[in-house]
Design a protein around this ligand. Sequence first.
Ligand code: ATP
Ligand code: MG
Length: 315
Amino acid sequence: MRKVLTIGEILVEIVATTRGDGFLDVQPLVGPYPSGAPAIFVDQVGKLGMPAAIVSRVGDDDFGQLNIARLREDSVDVSGIEIAPGESTGSAFIRYREDGSRSFVYNIRYSACGNLQPSAASDALIDNCDHLHVMGTALTAPGLRDMVLEAGRRIKARGGTISFDPNLRAEILGTPGLADDVAHVLAMTDLFMPSGDEVFLFGKARDEAAAVAELLERGVKTVVIKRGSEGASVFEKGVRYDAPALAVTEVDPTGAGDSFGGAFLSFWLAGADPAVALRYANAAGARAVTKLGPMEGTSTRAELDALLSEQGVEA
Ligand code: ATP
Ligand code: MG
């Protein structure tokens, strides 16, 4: 079986239990929950039984331990997670406003994962994995960017594959050098999983079909567009399938895209039909939003099958 590698941040997330604007008042909070986009993604891959590993860095503290314990429990190879003595694990405080938008307080850049460097353990994982999943956010931190690009080149040179979730907003693309890095990753990408308008970030096309056609023309094998509560679509040359969103009660949308991506990749790597991979990923995204905490809604195969059959969708 193929083994999946991802590289990037591990955090805890602490969530305000009331809606409102930010953290200027004393207020009830709940957490810590395991988090970090690459960590949520790889947890979902591990839960579906696909060999998977993450290269990351945490502090020598409870926040780091709870993340490592969760990933290990869900069968993720944690040998590439360095525990940095005297440093602190990253954290994110999040509060939903009445309109569903979010305010954040982040402690990431100056936390343990903000200072990730190549190590013997990360080197061994790059040599042992056949697939790299790139989170676009990793390209915004200089050391991390170098590691990700180098891992991509090495894995691809050995005949491996690459998936890419840009996780970027158009504004950040103005960062010097970032557009080039993103284009570089895209040129190596086999499976591209943008959400919404991110499909337009890379070419000149202004309508979705043309943007997708351009990506497939450039050598991307599969494009998956995530559409939040509108579901998702998958495209390959001459192929398009759409999955309407499953009817669930949204409690916490954070992490849906990462759970969706982890599930889609697991089926894609196993050689599933794109329509089947899409239905399972759509179910993984739907389950993710029903649970408070970004990694709490990752799913086993049995849980995805149960949701699909409950909603009368043939897997
Ligand atoms: P994020 O980066 O915030 O994790 P994203 O933008 O990458 O999210 P979304 O499009 O928000 O990803 O969600 C991913 C997928 O999860 C959707 O394509 C859909 O399949 C599923 N999903 C998301 N929200 C809902 C919802 N309210 N109801 C049902 N399914 C949902
Ligand atoms: Mg996303």
